[in-house]
Design a protein around this ligand. Structure first.
Ligand SMILES: O=C(O)c1ccc[n+]([C@@H]2O[C@H](COP(=O)([O-])O)[C@@H](O)[C@H]2O)c1
Ligand SMILES: Cc1cc2nc[nH]c2cc1C
Length: 353
């Protein structure tokens, strides 16, 4: 089903990136002095195929779903909060609504499997694959068909956004219990044990942390997910929002749209997409480093360095929205800064290559 999408993801264009770097080197600044902003501009050039990419229209996709594993006492909050927060997103009152307004990004909220939904919300796309996943300590979280259906929702949302002119997509999520599912997937794809990967999520105490480690350990023992079978692993110990966001990454990359990951959960979704289709990897940008301990391990696997380190552990796409501001800054430099020649500033000769 995904073969056509997977083979249609274009490779980044190194020559366009080199042209972008030449243009940056002609700007009135010591060479390389805008550091990672220069890298970011060149990455956009490589991905979009344009040496001076236009400032992109931006969207954060917030996928929401629930997790059967919450029965094991792994979150500081009850499952009801997932649906209640979806209502908050719909009213524009959540952190992501505020941070998206700050950078002029739209927020697309998708219910891919909320257990206790608030019905009749305006602006929420309802694409429920199930009423939350099953408890993965007792068997698979979902069927392979459900994993594929949730992936397809994400692909469809991302491709529609691209058709509407969106040129940068952020991955956001909401799902009580989803740091437990994300930890299980991190164990699968890194080979690390649960004690190293599991963190406190919304803020569980020491007893909650111990229950979480044990739930991940049992989930791996009961389901035996394998890194070499990423779709099965996603079905066995993943979540509907994780699958949906992996689909968003694939759909965006298929349209040459860069993807800004958020914290731990959104980055695990990025890692799932990369394992399903390695060609997506260069499209994945790391916005920030979450407090959640497993996040650094996931970014290591993706070969990504986060742009920001603000002590965030919220999710919702909050860090992605904040990093959108850096993308605009990097691209504005390309568009608006004067050159040495234009401004009559003395440059040093370029190195002989
Ligand atoms: O983005 C992160 O790194 C992050 C770290 C910890 C918690 N969260 C958010 O908190 C919820 C999951 O936490 P928990 O404890 O219920 O597994 C979910 O809605 C996430 O958006 C998000
Ligand atoms: C209130 C609340 C808001 C959130 N946003 C993302 N995850 C969340 C978890 C809780 C508990």
């Amino acid at each position: 089903m995904f073969d056509a999408i997977l083979s249609s993801i274009p490779e980044p264009d190194a020559r366009t990136a080199a042209r972008c770097q030449e243009l940056l080197d002609a700007k009135t600044k010591p060479r390389g002095s805008l550091g990672r902003l220069e890298e970011l501009a060149c990455r956009f050039a490589a991905l979009t195929g344009k040496p001076v990419p236009p400032l992109p229209a931006k969207a954060v996709v917030v996928m929401a779903a629930d997790h059967g594993v919450v029965e094991e006492g792994v979150s500081a909050y009850p499952a009801e909060v997932t649906g209640q927060m979806v209502a908050n997103f719909a009213r524009g009152g959540a952190a992501i609504n505020v941070l998206a307004r700050q950078v002029g990004a739209r927020v697309e909220v998708v219910d891919v499997g909320v257990r206790y939904p608030v019905e009749g919300l305006e602006g929420v796309k309802v694409r429920r694959v199930g009423p939350g996943t099953a408890n993965f300590t007792r068997g698979p979280a979902m069927t392979r068909e459900q994993a594929e259906a949730a992936l397809a929702v994400g692909v469809e949302v991302a491709q529609r956004l691209a058709d509407e002119g969106v040129g940068l997509v952020g991955l956001g999520e909401m799902g009580i219990g989803n740091t437990t599912a994300s930890s299980a997937l991190t164990c699968v794809f890194t080979g690390l044990p649960p004690e190293v990967v599991v963190g406190r999520g919304t803020g569980v105490d020491d007893a909650g942390l111990a229950r979480k480690v044990e739930a991940v350990r049992r989930g791996l023992e009961v389901n035996r997910p394998e890194a070499a079978r990423p779709l099965e692993a996603l079905a066995k110990v993943g979540g509907f929002e994780l699958a949906g966001l992996a689909g968003v990454a694939l759909g965006a990359a298929s349209r040459r749209v860069p993807v800004m990951m958020d914290g731990f959960i959104a980055s695990v979704a990025g890692l799932v997409a990369a394992r399903l289709c390695p060609r997506v990897t260069p499209y994945l940008l790391a916005s920030h480093l979450s407090v959640e301990v497993g996040h650094a391990r996931v970014l290591e696997q993706l070969g990504q360095r986060p742009l920001l380190d603000l002590g965030l552990r919220l999710g919702e796409g909050s860090g992605a929205a904040l990093a959108f501001g850096l993308v605009d800054a990097a691209l504005r430099v390309l568009h608006e800064m004067a050159t040495f020649t234009g401004a009559g500033v003395t440059d040093i000769p370029p190195p002989v290559r």
